[in-house]
Structure formats: structure tokens, C-alpha cells
Design a protein around this ligand. Structure first.
Ligand code: UDP
Ligand code: MG
Length: 334
């Protein structure tokens, strides 16, 4: 157990009690077929069901299973981040716990890694069992991000990926809050490649990404990797400025030479006022998104709080053990 494993699998878990047994079974089968050592680091992200109990039970039975238990729900990206902090394998694979990412694909990823790639990401060729709304918003999201960000983030690619230890160490050295992990991985560089797969429907349960979390996630992606929303303000201001400058002689000619008494009236004014205020408030909102994230950084809070850890050396939590508080360490913990 003290030896570091060849592969580390990271799985974030939020109310996944119905998926845990199958996840364990499929991951075990796939990784045992490699004939090499491995560990499965699960992060229980404040689940309100039996997920933590089930994971703890597994960890007591199988020393390759580890559990990082969050003090509350911190969100998918921070759960993955914590998982990465607690891995020690030469290659690390991030996978969803709902089996939408087929563990069998890990073997293809390992093959590419052995061929010299540092990041092997999984590209979704097709998505099954998702609502048309999710399909449409996801498709749009990946294309907009691709257009407006300064790093090349591959299309239709989630967090399901293999990363070399060097990449994980680089990622772990980034202390930023509001993390968009797939963007950060692209930003790091190294030799990257993709493998394609068909994304299945969830095995059990419902998506843990309601609209609110999706919007937040999208804002993190945009603000984290692009100044575009800040820059478009200048174009809007230029267009409005030009309109205003043109309007002055046009109005003067209409009035003085052609004798028109001024067009429009109160109603036009009110409509214009509403329109321009809405523009301005929208841009204030965008600026606010960046400012709030600056504030997040300046407070320097830890990224997450760990209540307990199971399966890590010297850290075994017993049932009913008082909650130990520990903060995120940037290095691999354990
Ligand atoms: N997840 C999490 N914390 C959250 C939301 C989700 O750890 O606040 C986990 C969830 O248990 C799953 C993964 O992140 O393993 C992906 O979530 P989900 O399947 O709900 O997202 P979707 O596939 O619908 O985009
Ligand atoms: Mg899912």
C-alpha cells in the first residue's frame, strides 16, 4: 500500500449511491486487465444519500479504494481537484461516477500514454439519454468557448481524460478558484491527443448539473480563459458613439432645412432609455463576474474543506469519529 500505484482513477461523487457498486466493478475489471497497480480515489462531494457509507465500506474491503470526504457540496470541479491532489499514480484518469464515461476506454487512453502522449482526452462522438436542451446548450457551449478563448480547448470534451504525472503536478500547482479543469489542462500544454467514444445515458439517478450550476460552470470557463466579453464593450460603445455623431447633423438638417418638427416623442425616448440602460446593466453584470472572481482570489480561502479521509495511510476514519478539519494542500496529499 505504501508503494505508489501505476494508475490513479479519480471519481467525484455526489448522490451516486446507485452507481457505486457498478463503478467499482467495472473499474476493477478494466484495471486488473492491465496487470499493473492502481488506486481509485473517490471524492464524496457532500452527498446526502448513502454514497459515503458505501464508499467507506469498499475502502475497508479493498485497500486500493480511497475516499476524500468533503464537509459539504463544493461542486464537481473542486471534487475533481481534490481527487487530483490526493493521487500518486504515474498516470491519472478522471472519470464520472455515473458510468456515462465507459471505464473500458481507459485501456485506449493508457495505450496512447505509453506511446508518449501526456494528456489523452475523450471526445464525445454521440451523447445518449440527454435532453434536447442539454444537447443544444452543450453543443453551443463548446463552440462558443472554442471561438472566444485564448487556449485551444478541444470540442465536445469533458473531464474524462488521462493525464501524465507531470501534467497533474502542473495542475495541482495552480491555486485558482472557479476552476474550469479542461481549460486548465489545455493551458498547460504538453503532448495531447484525443480518443472518441459514445457517451451513454446515466446508469442510475439524475444529472447533478441543474441549470444554475451549468450557467456558473459556463461563466467560469469564459471568465477563466477569455477577455472577449470585456472587449466587446468597446465595439458597442463605438457603434453607439458613431450613431450619436451621425444623428446630430441629420437632425439639424431635418429641422432647419426641411422644417420637420422633431420626430418621435416621449415614447421613443422611453424605449431608447430602456434599451441603453439594459445594455449598460448587462455590461456591468459582465464586469461583476470578473470582479467577483478577483474577490474570490483575494480572500485566499482554501478551495475545499475535507471532513475526513478513508483508506489513506494513517488517516483512516472510523465510523462516528469526530470530524477532522484539514485544508487543501497543493501537493499530493495522503
Ligand atoms: N458531481 C459532483 N458534485 C456536484 C455535481 C456533480 O461531484 O456538485 C459529480 C457527479 O456525481 C458525477 C460527475 O460529477 O460523478 C458528473 O456529474 P453529472 O453526471 O451530474 O453531470 P452530467 O453528466 O449530467 O453533465
Ligand atoms: Mg453524468
Amino acid at each position: 500500500m505504501s508503494q505508489k500505484p501505476r494508475y490513479s482513477i479519480v471519481a467525484p461523487i455526489y448522490n451516486e449511491e446507485g452507481n457505486i457498486a457498478r463503478l467499482y466493478e467495472r473499474i476493477t475489471k478494466v484495471l486488473e486487465s492491465t496487470g499493473e497497480t492502481w488506486e481509485l480515489v473517490t471524492v464524496n462531494d457532500g452527498s446526502r444519500d448513502k454514497s459515503f457509507e458505501l464508499l467507506t465500506e469498499l475502502a475497508h474491503k479493498d485497500h486500493r479504494i480511497k475516499v476524500v470526504n468533503f464537509a459539504r457540496n463544493f461542486g464537481h470541479q473542486l471534487a475533481v481537484t481534490a481527487g487530483l491532489h490526493h493521487t500518486s499514480g504515474d498516470a491519472v484518469i478522471i472519470i464520472d461516477a455515473d458510468l456515462q464515461d465507459p471505464p473500458e476506454l481507459i485501456l485506449d487512453m493508457i495505450e496512447r500514454w505509453k506511446a508518449g502522449y501526456h494528456v489523452v482526452y475523450a471526445v464525445r462522438q454521440e451523447r445518449k439519454g440527454e435532453s434536447w436542451f442539454k444537447l443544444l446548450t452543450a453543443k453551443l457551449f463548446y463552440r462558443i468557448i472554442y471561438r472566444i478563448t485564448d487556449v485551444d480547448i478541444p470540442l465536445d470534451t469533458g473531464d474524462f481524460r488521462l493525464m501524465d504525472r507531470k501534467v497533474v503536478d502542473a495542475l495541482n500547482s495552480m491555486p485558482e478558484h472557479n476552476r474550469f479543469i479542461r481549460g486548465l489542462t489545455s493551458w498547460i500544454g504538453f503532448k495531447q491527443t484525443g480518443v472518441t467514444y459514445v457517451r451513454e445515458a446515466r446508469e442510475w439517478g439524475e444529472t447533478k448539473y441543474p441549470l444554475k450550476k451549468m450557467v456558473r460552470f459556463a461563466m467560469d470557463a469564459v471568465t477563466g480563459f477569455s477577455y472577449f466579453p470585456l472587449q466587446i464593450m468597446v465595439y458597442v460603445s463605438l457603434i453607439l458613439g458613431v450613431l450619436a455623431v451621425l444623428a446630430i447633423p441629420i437632425i439639424a438638417i431635418l429641422r432647419l432645412i426641411l422644417g420637420f418638427q422633431f420626430l418621435g416623442g416621449q415614447v421613443t425616448n422611453i424605449v431608447l432609455l430602456l434599451l441603453l440602460s439594459s445594455f449598460q446593466l448587462f455590461f456591468l453584470f459582465i464586469m461583476g463576474q470578473y470582479v467577483a472572481r478577483i474577490y474570490d482570489e483575494s480572500r485566499r480561502r482554501p478551495l475545499y474543506i475535507v471532513a475526513d479521509k478513508v483508506g489513506f495511510e494513517g488517516n483512516d476514519a472510523q465510523a462516528g469519529h469526530p470530524v477532522k478539519q484539514s485544508v487543501a494542500e497543493p501537493e499530493a496529499g495522503g
